[in-house]
Design a protein around this ligand. Sequence first.
Ligand code: GDP
Length: 145
Amino acid sequence: MSQKGNITFTMIKPGAIANEHMGSIMNMISKAGFWIAAIKFIKLSQKQAEEFYLVHKDRPFYGSLVEFMTSGPIIVAVLEKDNAVSDYRKLIGATDPSKAEDGTIRKIFAESIERNAVHGSDSNENAIIEADFFFARSERFDRII
Ligand code: GDP
């Protein structure tokens, strides 16, 4: 599959799903010009969550984060756009919602620094690793127009 722009990887986290913000968040993503190249509704296993957040294993919030991320269903998706990683980080806002700019996804939908509504990759390299963690090539689709 050829990519027309760069990709980033996102998750809509359990809190935002439980509070029924899935549709509003997906709408903000599409309106901001991202093509949804792949999408699934899944529940992370303990093993998947521990592996996904392995970089944080020595942080005090690791256990709590893994517990939260396995507490309910999530959306995982691959988004395509020019400058996808940085543009999506701008759209979601700071990790801590109290520091996120007005109008960002986290400012609008996050409940706390941990329950912060969405994940967004922090580099092109990690976007590819994270997309490959969840999606086969056959589950990804090019932009139609
Ligand atoms: P991100 O790239 O903006 O998601 O931030 P990080 O990679 O630094 O952290 C990963 C995730 O861990 C965040 O999205 C939060 O869900 C959670 N997290 C980060 N910092 C904290 C913290 O200080 N306390 C708690 N409880 N959770 C945190």
